[in-house]
Design a protein around this ligand. Structure first.
Ligand code: C5P
Length: 227
């Protein structure tokens, strides 16, 4: 059973501020993208790790990946996350894996447990995502920023990456949606193609770096990891 990982890193990453795209900024002395790639390298069952990057970010990427063994040469992503994932999936087609994990570069704290659970869930169900119960109550906004009713919190989950799939399933699901839209995760692409997507326990420490404040949390996570 061959398992490959696609790490999508082709976003402009500007919401985190600072000019340099967030995936190339350092946390605890190591670039976010390098941390993310290293989290998958050497995990049991992983064959290849493939970064998908912005065509203008080649020099930054080469610097960040210097000396890293076991990573495939990066491929160029597209204008949307969906297009970037598809570029990664197509790049694996010549020597296809059985299972593929699709992960956001912006989540550098992915644990060995999550990787193992993602692989096992894809083997069992064909499509699976890590999901966390919500701590906040969700409300819909009505006019003038007043809150209306919201959905029942107990039925909701916050969904993370790595999302895991049988490779043939997710490749054909992505191919079926070429040029149609920009779905923000691969579970939505699989569902749109008629597949059921299983949920397995996510990890609260697998946080996504989006805003400048997220770098403060990330530095704290990185420091904890070192002790
Ligand atoms: O923007 P956001 O943080 O939601 O993006 C999620 C992930 O998708 C990031 O790792 C980002 O680099 C990646 N992405 C991409 N190609 C795009 C847009 C986002 O690979 N065109």
């Amino acid at each position: 059973m061959r398992t490959d990982v696609i790490v999508v890193a082709a976003g402009s990453g500007q919401r985190a501020g600072d000019g340099i795209p967030k995936q190339f900024r350092t946390v605890g002395g190591r670039a976010v993208l390098r941390r993310t790639l290293e989290a998958f390298l050497g995990q049991p069952g992983i064959r290849h790790v493939l970064p998908v990057i912005h065509p203008d970010h080649g020099a930054w990427c080469a610097e960040v990946m210097a000396g890293l063994e076991g990573v495939l040469p990066p491929v160029s992503g597209g204008a949307t996350r969906q297009a970037s994932v598809r570029a990664g999936l197509e790049a694996l087609a010549a020597d296809p894996p059985d299972v593929v994990l699709i992960h956001d570069a912006a989540r550098p704290f992915v644990s060995a447990r999550l990787v193992a659970d993602a692989i096992a869930a894809a083997r069992l169900h064909g499509a699976a995502v890590p999901a966390l119960a919500l701590v906040d109550t969700i409300k819909a906004l009505t006019n003038n920023d007043f809150v209306g009713s919201g959905p029942d919190r107990n039925s909701l989950r916050s969904v993370q990456t790595p999302q895991s799939f049988r490779y043939d399933l997710i490749l054909s699901a992505h191919r079926a949606r070429i040029g149609t839209d920009d779905l923000t995760d691969d579970a939505a692409v699989a569902e749109a193609a008629g597949h059921r997507v299983a949920a397995f326990p996510g990890d609260p420490t697998n946080t996504k770096i989006t805003t400048p404040e997220d770098f403060v949390t990330a530095e704290r996570n990185a420091a904890l990891e070192l002790t």
